[in-house]
Design a protein around this ligand. Structure first.
Ligand SMILES: [Zn+2]
Length: 192
């Protein structure tokens, strides 16, 4: 109980900080979208601001680290490479984007612009935002898992994890928002 209070306080504080720090910004509705998974939204916010400790940032702080991307081991790691220019993440994102009837782009900035201009109906737009933030979350999780625990998952394994989480999220809306939930699930299960 105590932990929940602390977590709630902390998230509230971060949200206040967000409002003060950025005010209204073009990507705000991408990061904080209805039915989003809070820890995914929070990480997406850090990624949009380029505040995650990717290796290019660690090097810029003067730390001695291997610059290579932990997912492809062939190019240097940066926010823009990791999401979604890396071969590993682009292949994963392509599969996820297809489920949302979206063209998977290689560039982080182009993807962010694309997400701000989604014109699909509201339920599909919400599904797309849940899906892209789940992808960001699990890419970062995979990167950290390789770095800190030496555990490697292939793209298909990570896709199954994301797929399961998205289905669970959609199912959780079945009682409170039956039409939205039904439209989302129909889209997610129909390969574009
Ligand atoms: Zn890479």
């Amino acid at each position: 109980m105590e932990g929940k209070v602390t977590e709630s306080y902390s998230m509230g504080g971060m949200y206040m900080y967000l409002c003060e720090d950025t005010g209204s910004v073009p990507w705000e509705k991408v990061v904080w979208s209805p039915f989003g998974i809070p820890r995914h939204d929070f990480l997406a916010w850090l990624v949009v601001l380029d505040r995650c400790p990717t290796r290019d940032r660690l090097l810029s702080w003067g730390l001695t680290v291997n610059p290579l991307c932990l997912l492809c081991n062939s190019e240097n790691e940066s926010r823009d490479h990791l999401f979604f220019n890396c071969d590993y993440t682009h292949a994963l994102w392509s599969e996820i984007a297809q489920r949302c009837n979206l063209l998977a782009l290689h560039s982080w900035n182009d993807t962010l612009t694309q997400l701000q201009g989604l014109s699909a109906n509201r339920s599909i737009r919400r599904l797309t935002l849940i899906a892209v933030k789940a992808t960001i979350y699990w890419i970062w999780n995979e990167r950290n898992s390789r770095l800190h625990r030496g555990i490697f998952r292939d793209k298909d394994s990570l896709f199954l994890t994301i797929d399961r989480q998205i289905r669970n999220r959609i199912s959780s809306l079945r009682v409170s928002h039956p039409t939205t939930s039904s439209t989302m699930m129909q889209c997610w299960l129909t390969i574009g």
